[in-house]
Write a protein that binds this ligand. Structure first.
Ligand code: SF4
Length: 316
């Protein structure tokens, strides 16, 4: 059996789990290419105009591989954290894809509640039953997939640059270098290191969340807000870059929440959609980095991370 896996949305975070699950059930996998212009154009062609860029890009990945597989995985990810949900667009993604793209193959779209091992196992049983009736094989594949996921080091943490910023945003914006126009490389070449939310322990994120009037309902909001505010308060960063998708309701709230709670930590919000031009994008990044350099060199605004690096240099 050939299973198609589109390389979009939370593929970037959970691909070891999905790939090893299907491989352990002896399926052949077809994975779409890295995002490129052709995939983006396919996404724009099939998806409704009002959707955010990541959903359009996901449409493009599906359209690229749909004719070459028996089943295609459209993960209906509902919840990854107890009491919180993923964006509503994830919940209705299979219906959206089915109605937007003609001649779709059969879809694997059982809801995913990854709030506990038992809940996630329910997805494995539903999905695995399409492939085999052997429950023992499904359980073995599920445990192997969990194991693979645990070994996967997700996140970016650079330690050897004069400046460091928190790069905040949805994983499919942060880790898709076509969508973010090679932002990580660009920042590194300007002497800016990066830290992402995966390197902030949950206990610190939870602590920051507690001071909010209302607990965020969306997991993305909890992660982005908690990690950036923690890093700003701990003074381990010189600034924050928030990669935001145009038309994302969650981003529009989280950006404002972060701004309110980071005091004087500089923050740049980069909005991306299919119209974003690279020249304007680069100019904004360079101007932001110039400003960070001025703050550290002339205004004595070194983060403790910067001070730590300087002290290391003076002892060499
Ligand atoms: S969280 Fe925002 S960017 Fe992500 S799918 Fe939902 S609306 Fe789009």
């Amino acid at each position: 059996m050939i299973i198609g896996i589109p390389k979009g949305l939370l593929y970037y975070k959970y691909y070891p789990f999905f790939e090893s699950f299907f491989k352990a059930l002896d399926c052949k996998l077809i994975i779409s290419n890295d995002t490129n212009k052709k995939i983006l154009n396919l996404g724009i062609k099939y998806c409704v105009d009002e959707a955010c860029l990541p959903i359009k890009v996901f449409h493009g990945h599906v359209a690229e591989i749909k004719d070459n597989c028996d089943f295609i995985l459209i993960p209906r990810i509902m919840s990854i954290h107890e009491g919180e949900y993923i964006c509503p667009k994830f919940c209705g993604l299979p219906e959206m894809i089915f109605n937007d793209i003609p001649n779709m193959p059969n879809m694997l779209s059982a809801p995913i509640y990854a709030t506990s091992k038992n809940n996630l196992y329910k997805w494995a049983i539903k999905t695995g039953s399409v492939i085999t009736n052997n429950r023992f094989r499904i359980k073995k594949a599920f445990l192997a997939a969990l194991n693979e996921q645990k070994k996967f080091p997700c996140g970016i943490k650079n330690n050897s640059y004069p400046l460091r910023i928190a790069l905040v945003g949805h994983p499919y914006n942060v880790y898709d270098s076509f969508v973010n126009m090679n932002l990580v490389k660009k920042l590194n070449s300007l002497g800016v290191g990066i830290i992402t939310e995966e390197f902030v322990p949950s206990k610190y994120i939870d602590k920051e969340i507690k001071i909010l009037f209302k607990k965020p309902f969306w997991s993305f909001a909890r992660q982005s807000y908690g990690s950036s505010v923690y890093l700003a308060h701990a003074k381990t960063i010189d600034g924050i870059i928030y990669l935001s998708s145009f038309a994302c309701g969650i981003d529009s709230i989280v950006v404002e929440l972060i701004k309110e709670h980071i005091y004087d930590t500089p923050m740049l919000v980069l909005k991306i959609d299919e119209q974003t031009g690279e020249a304007g994008f680069n100019t904004r990044i360079e101007a932001f980095v110039d400003m960070l350099e001025r703050r550290t060199q002339h205004e004595n605004n070194l983060s403790s991370f910067g001070e730590y690096l300087l002290s290391k240099q003076s002892t060499v």
